[in-house]
Design a protein around this ligand. Structure first.
Ligand SMILES: NC(=O)c1ccc[n+]([C@@H]2O[C@H](COP(=O)([O-])OP(=O)(O)OC[C@H]3O[C@@H](n4cnc5c(N)ncnc54)[C@H](O)[C@@H]3O)[C@@H](O)[C@H]2O)c1
Length: 483
């Protein structure tokens, strides 16, 4: 049944908003009129259903229809459906009211609460339902899993290939472990063959949603088959920013990581702001100059999973900053927790070794980073100290560290933490590798990599703290500290 804005038939403003009592949602090609395309939409027109008409779904519906596609919006909230029928947006965002009116007038938008019909009448479904926090902080997947049952049941009666694209933020593993099995069970079809499943994280920010939709930092999709990924590619490849394909799990983890990173950045700036204010310092000037360093600060530097930080500066200065906050009765919980998090990373590596139950451990590296003999607050010294305490038989090789050459604060530090270091240091890398059952690699140099490749044996276990290149060439059991 065709209805119009306000419910009355009005010739020119007739819209293809259908309650889907019968037939298809759109009445055919003629039912949809072209709309002045303010975006830079792709050429091929698709029939698309969107489940969940909140912030993400409503923006997607309006922008996809603007780009020339025919879009069916599905929601369980009849108020949202009625608003769209009345040419109004269910959400408030810059430019959305005008856009919603235009796309509804174009005849390319329909809304319904009938999930089955929406799936059958479209080739691709976007899932944008909410994934709020449960009482214990975990993600409440009730709505998305219930919807998966409905979509699966709808697929049962459909012969054509269908692509399902999850845009709700979900915890890693949700698609492959939860949604895919539900879809296969309820449809009786094979995922990746009869239907495709993708995760495409949404990067829009409320307040600038339409602009963000049209200018994503990049478009990322993880999918279980080429046909599904290509369907998404056809829709979004025209957008600025790269179109990147990855695995479903990486795409899921990426979205959560991005949000965590944004929260981290905001908290960092605010904690630095509070400390600066307490010292009478212009916090905006401090952060402006922090951001002006695009080599070490605003850059990929220090953003690779690896081992704990250490050395003579970072731990000491973090302690000092935390002390300043305390003296000024300020709470800076995030910055104050960094050393504890760093210690947890050291413990994580030690636990991996102790779990093996092999007491003979060889360490490649001891100083706080490759190319220096500075042992002060080196996380590798912490590892060595703990392993000795746990009764491991330790051998250490570090080409830069020679006991006779250690002086001053560096010497005092090591004397306080590993007084018998001299008896553990090996003069040659072979003396460290050959008798060891477990090898811990804490420094990376191409000459040493070659020695490792030549010497390690299949009966040995190697724990990599430095993300060794060419690790496929190592003939031993291998594990990364956090990869
Ligand atoms: N809001 C944002 O800026 C933003 C940005 C990126 C990602 N996300 C993620 O996108 C998802 C949606 O966020 P939102 O802010 O748009 O949520 P929202 O709460 O505004 O909207 C969700 C909609 O889904 C509907 N719904 C629930 N069950 C349904 C069902 N079975 N069938 C059809 N509709 C159903 C609800 O009625 C509601 O209208 C969340 O996972 C969120 O984390 C949100």
């Amino acid at each position: 049944m065709l209805i119009t804005s306000g419910g009355a038939a009005t010739g020119s403003s007739e819209v293809a908003v259908d309650e889907m009592g019968s037939g298809t949602i759109f009445e055919g090609e003629n039912g949809a009129r072209p709309l002045a395309n303010k975006g830079r939409g792709p050429a091929a027109t698709k029939d698309i259903s969107i489940f969940g008409l909140g912030y993400v779904g409503a923006i997607s519906l309006a922008c996809l229809a603007r780009d020339g596609h025919r879009v069916v919006g599905v929601d369980i909230d009849s108020v949202k459906l009625d608003l769209i029928r009345a040419r109004q947006s269910p959400i408030l965002e810059e430019g959305i009211q005008e856009l919603m009116r235009d796309v509804v007038d174009s005849g390319r938008v329909a809304v319904t609460n009938d999930a089955t019909q929406a799936v059958r009448d479209t080739e691709l479904s976007f899932v944008c339902v909410g994934t709020p926090s449960a009482a214990n902080g975990s993600q409440d997947l009730t709505a998305i899993l219930r919807l998966a049952e409905q979509i699966g049941a709808a697929l049962k009666g459909k012969r054509e290939f269908h692509t399902i694209v999850i845009r709700s933020t979900v915890q890693p593993g949700t698609l492959e472990e939860k949604i895919e099995p539900i879809l296969e069970r309820t449809s009786g079809k094979k995922s990746g063959v009869d239907f495709g499943l993708c995760f495409q994280p949404e990067f829009l920010r409320e307040g600038s949603s339409i602009r963000d939709y049209d200018h994503p930092p990049y478009t990322i999709v993880g999918g279980n088959c080429e046909a599904a990924v290509n369907a998404v590619r056809e829709l979004f490849e025209h957008l600025p920013g790269r179109f990147l394909v990855t695995s479903i799990r990486v795409a899921e983890a990426l979205k959560m990581s991005c949000n965590a990173f944004h929260a981290l950045k905001i908290t960092f700036a605010n904690e630095i702001g509070r400390v600066s204010q307490s010292l009478g310092i212009d916090s905006h000037e401090v952060m402006r100059l922090v951001c002006a360093d695009t080599r070490l600060n605003i850059s990929p530097a220090y953003l690779k999973p690896g081992f704990a930080f250490g050395g003579s500066c970072l731990p000491k200065d973090l302690r000092a900053l935390t002390a300043i906050a305390k003296q000024n009765d300020l709470e800076i919980p995030m910055l104050a927790s960094l050393l504890a998090s760093n210690r947890a990373h050291v413990d994580h590596a030690v636990d991996k070794i102790l779990k093996l139950g092999r007491p003979k451990v060889g360490m490649l590296g001891l100083s706080f980073k490759t190319g220096t003999d500075d042992l002060r607050e080196s996380p590798l010294v912490m590892v060595a100290k703990r392993l000795i305490g746990e009764g491991c038989e330790l051998r250490i090789f570090d080409p830069e560290v020679q006991l006779s050459r250690l002086l001053g604060a560096n010497r005092s530090y090591i004397d306080a933490h590993i007084p018998h270091l001299g008896s553990l240091l090996c003069a040659d890398i072979g003396d460290m590798i050959d008798p060891s059952e477990v090898i811990l690699v804490g420094l990376q140099q191409s000459a040493l990599d070659a020695e490792l490749q030549a010497r390690v044996r299949p009966d040995q276990f190697l724990l990599d703290l430095v993300n060794l290149p060419n690790r496929d060439l190592l003939r031993c059991r291998y594990e990364g500290v956090c990869w």
